[in-house]
Structure formats: C-alpha cells, structure tokens
Design a binder for this molecule. Structure first.
Ligand SMILES: [Zn+2]
Length: 99
C-alpha cells in the first residue's frame, strides 16, 4: 500500500469538502506531469491548489486532462520522490509530514 502523502486535515481545512471516509492521494497525468489530488472515496479530482476546485468530471468519466488537455490519459499515483515537484505545483500546504 502506498504511503499516505496527503495531509487530510490540512487539505480539508482548505477544501471544506470531502467526507469522513475521504482518502486522498497525489496523482499525476500519464501524458504530462500535471498533479492532482484525488479523493479515492468520493472519486473526486482536485486540480487547482489555489482554489481547490474540483475537476469537472469524476474519474470514471473521460474528461480531458486539466494540464495538457489530452483526451486519453490515465492517473498515475505519485510517489515520495515526486514530492518536490508536487510542492512546486502548489500542493505544499497539504503534504503530510508524518509518514
Ligand atoms: Zn496531462
């Protein structure tokens, strides 16, 4: 099981969303290196760390990537080595420090 890289509390203090079962992971687009936060429980993607806006469609629908616009793309779970890039992308406020 992947380590939890997202600080749920910090994320939800900003998003005011999610539910008690929400479980977040950093993911990126397979076609570019655009990072998202994905709520595995609610199957919701967040693409804008400044606004914590949800991406337009659930993961089960085929919406284009918010980063590169590719119509055909997959989510890849980010790993710990990507944390610097994730922080640079604006998600630094919800990176877990207690893994
Ligand atoms: Zn992309």
């Amino acid at each position: 099981m992947a380590s939890r890289l997202v600080n749920k509390l910090a994320f939800e203090q900003r998003s005011r969303a999610g539910c008690s079962n929400s479980s977040y992971v950093f993911v990126r687009c397979s076609a570019c290196s655009f990072y998202y936060v994905y709520d595995e429980e609610l199957e919701e993607l967040y693409f804008d760390p400044a606004k914590l806006t949800k991406w337009s469609a659930s993961i089960s629908q085929s919406a284009p990537c918010a980063g590169c616009g590719a119509a055909s793309w997959k989510l890849i779970a980010a790993t710990e080595v990507e944390l610097p890039a994730i922080a640079t992308a604006g998600w630094y406020f919800c990176i877990s420090t207690t893994r």
